[in-house]
Design a protein around this ligand. Structure first.
Ligand SMILES: Cc1ncc(COP(=O)(O)O)c(C=O)c1O
Length: 463
C-alpha cells in the first residue's frame, strides 16, 4: 500500500482510497497535485497531503478559484441546497415539449419586461436554449451562426449568404472542448490530429487577430468586409491570461461586426457574474448588443453544470435542430432561479465589483511589487484577476502551485496567450485569482497575504 492509500483525515473514517484517482484521465502528464479534498464549507476547502513525509496531514485552504470559475456561491449554500432538495421532490422533469412551471418562472424572471436580463435580451427579440456545459452552449452558438446562411427548405445556401465564410476569433481564444469549436480555439496543441470542419459546402475559415487591438480589428474588417460571417469574442479573455480590453474596445468591435453584416457572438461562459456586472459586454453606456450570448459556469451555482444560449429570434435553427434532452430542465431552472434571486437580494455582483477593485490593488502592492522576480503584472476586474508570471516563475510553475496551496490558498494557472503577433508582447502563464462571489473583504485580504507567503516560500526553496 502506498503512502497515499494510507492517508485520510483522523476522525473521518473511512479514508477514501486516494489511489483510485489513477482511474480518471490524467490531464497533467503525471504532475497532478499531491493533495486530496475531503470537503468544503463556504470558500474554505479541507485538504490533505497525499504523499511525502507529511502524507495524511490535514489543512485548510481558502479557495480563490471557484472550481474553474464555476462555484460562485462557494460550497454548502443553504439556498442552493434547499432549491435542489425542493426541486428534486417537486419540480418534475418534463422536457421542452411540455411547459414547466419552474421553467416558466425562470424565463419570466430573466426575460419578461422588468426581468433581470430584459434590458439587453427582451423576450420580444431573443430566445434561449439550455445546454449542459459551456462547450455545448458555444457549439450551439456556432451552429446557429452557420445555419444563418442556410435555406432550410431548399437545403442550400440562402440567397446572398453563400459568400460569408470567415469567422473572426482572437489570439489566445478559449471556447470549449467539443469538435465543432476546434477551429475557433487559438491552440494548435488541442487541434492537431483532429478533423477541421470541411470547407464546402457551408464550411468556414477562422482568422485569429490580437485581442484588444482596435487597429488590427479595423484593418481586418477592411480586408474581409462582406465575407465576415461572425465575430466570436470573450469580453475578458480568460485562458489567455485574464486580458481586459481598453474601454471602448468591445463597443467598437460590436459596431464593426454590425456594419459588416456579421453576427456578434459573446462567449460569457466564464465572465458571467464575474466582472462586477452580470455580463462582461457592458460599458459606461450600458449593455453592448450581441446577436448570441452564451453564459455558463456560475449559472449552475456550483451545483450543476449548465449553460444558456441567448440568441436573436431570427436565428432559429431548423425544427428539432437545437433539441436536447436537458434543455432547461425544471430542476436546473429551479436552481438557477434560486441562486440568481439570492445573488441579487444580497447584492453579490455589485459587492464583487467593489471588492475586486481592492483585490486588484492588493495584488499589485503585496504580490507583484514585492516579488518582481516572480510576477510581471496584475490585471483584472470584479472577481476575475490574473497575475502574470515571469519566465523564472513560469519555469517553476509546479512548485509555485504547491507552495500556494501549502500556504493556504488555492489558485489556478491559465496557460497564457503565448507568443503574440503584431508586436504585442509574449503573455506568460497567469495565476488566476477568482474567488467566489461570497468572498468577503477579510477573505480577500487573507487570500492576498497567503499568495505573498506562498511566493516568499517558493523563493526560499532551493531550485
Ligand atoms: C470562455 C470559455 N468558454 C467556454 C468554456 C467551456 O466551458 P465548459 O468547460 O463548461 O464546457 C470555458 C471553460 O473554461 C471558457 O472559459
Amino acid at each position: 500500500m502506498s503512502a497515499a492509500d494510507a492517508t485520510g483525515i483522523p476522525g473521518r473514517e473511512p479514508s477514501p482510497p486516494w489511489s483510485s484517482r489513477d482511474v480518471q484521465f490524467d490531464h497533467y502528464g503525471g504532475q497532478r497535485l499531491p493533495f486530496g479534498c475531503t470537503g468544503a464549507s463556504g470558500i474554505i476547502q479541507h485538504f490533505v497531503e497525499l504523499s511525502g513525509s507529511d502524507a495524511g496531514r490535514a489543512f485548510d485552504v481558502l479557495d480563490a478559484s471557484g472550481g474553474y470559475g464555476s462555484a460562485c456561491l462557494g460550497a454548502g449554500s443553504e439556498v442552493i441546497a434547499a432549491a435542489l432538495s425542493d426541486g428534486v421532490r417537486n419540480a418534475g422533469y418534463v422536457t421542452d415539449e411540455i411547459a414547466s412551471s419552474e421553467r416558466s418562472l425562470l424565463l419570466e424572471r430573466l426575460f419578461a419586461p422588468g426581468g433581470l436580463f430584459a434590458d439587453r435580451f427582451p423576450a420580444a427579440d431573443y430566445r434561449v436554449s439550455g445546454r449542459n456545459s459551456g462547450s455545448e452552449g458555444m457549439e450551439l452558438a456556432l451552429r446557429l451562426v452557420l445555419e444563418s446562411r442556410f435555406d432550410h427548405r431548399r437545403l442550400r445556401a440562402a440567397p446572398g449568404t453563400g459568400e460569408r465564410d470567415v469567422v473572426l476569433a482572437f489570439e489566445g481564444a478559449w471556447h470549449g472542448w467539443t469538435g465543432g469549436l476546434l477551429p475557433l480555439m487559438n491552440r494548435r496543441h488541442y487541434r492537431i490530429g483532429l478533423p477541421a470542419i470541411a470547407p464546402e459546402p457551408f464550411g468556414f475559415r477562422t482568422d485569429h487577430i490580437p485581442f484588444g487591438d482596435l487597429d488590427a480589428a479595423r484593418e481586418w474588417f477592411d480586408r474581409n468586409g462582406e465575407r465576415v460571417l461572425a465575430v466570436v469574442v470573450e469580453p475578458v479573455q480568460g485562458d489567455a491570461g485574464i486580458l481586459v480590453p481598453e474601454p471602448g474596445y468591445l463597443r467598437e468591435l460590436a459596431a464593426l461586426a454590425k456594419d459588416s453584416g456579421a453576427l456578434l457572438v459573446a462567449d460569457e461562459v466564464l465572465t458571467f457574474a464575474k466582472t462586477g456586472q452580470f455580463f462582461g459586454m457592458t460599458d459606461e453606456s450600458g449593455p453592448i448588443p450581441t446577436d448570441i450570448t452564451v453564459i455558463g459556469k456560475s449559472l449552475g451555482m456550483g451545483a450543476l453544470s449548465t449553460s444558456m444560449v441567448i440568441a436573436r429570434r431570427e436565428l432559429g435553427a431548423r425544427p428539432t435542430g437545437t433539441v436536447s434532452t436537458s434543455d432547461l430542465r425544471p430542476l436546473t431552472c429551479a436552481v438557477i432561479r434560486a441562486g440568481l434571486d439570492h445573488i441579487v437580494s444580497e447584492g453579490l455582483v455589485e459587492r464583487s465589483g467593489k471588492l475586486g477593485a481592492e483585490l486588484g490593488r492588493l495584488l499589485h502592492e503585496q504580490v507583484v511589487a514585492k516579488f518582481p522576480d516572480l510576477y510581471v503584472e496584475a490585471r483584472g476586474v470584479g472577481v476575475m484577476h490574473g497575475v502574470e508570471l515571469t519566465d523564472l516563475a513560469a519555469a517553476r510553475i509546479g512548485k509555485l502551485r504547491t507552495s500556494m496551496i501549502r500556504n493556504g490558498v488555492y489558485v489556478e494557472f491559465m496557460s497564457g496567450a503565448g507568443r503574440r503577433s503584431r508586436g504585442l508582447r509574449y503573455v506568460n502563464a497567469t495565476m488566476r485569482v477568482a474567488p467566489p462571489l461570497v468572498a468577503t473583504a477579510d477573505d480577500i485580504e487573507t487570500i492576498v497575504a497567503r499568495l505573498a507567503a506562498g511566493s516568499h516560500a517558493l523563493l526560499q526553496e532551493t531550485p
